[in-house]
Design a protein around this ligand. Sequence first.
Ligand code: MN
Length: 133
Amino acid sequence: MLARILVVEDNTANMELVCYLLAFNGYTVLQARDGAQGLEMAVRHRPDLIVCDLQMPLLDGYQVLSRLRENPATAGVVIVAVTAFSMPNDRQMVMTAGFDGYLSKPIEPENFVGQIEAFLPAELRAPPRDSDN
Ligand code: MN
């Protein structure tokens, strides 16, 4: 069984791209359009990994992260921040906040799935692709 991945993203184009790439590679994808919906879906569906935008309505990515970490049911979920911020110390801010990883936009379609899979245990990953070397 491949990972179930929750994507929390308010930008439609990014949402579509991320979901397309993950689903194409066999992953089950859940979608949330803002931080509040993302939090609610994370608690209800218990995804294996969350791809989380930072700038979003209602709750931003940092608020989603802290509420998930406060809840024993979701405290251990892997959460990867995906953000358009690209200042040199953004990565440090994100990692200090407690995200498991950080990817910057624009998303690179040829690399994105592999970057996400690096955060998944082997048994939840898709089989190696021909394009992987
Ligand atoms: Mn956003």
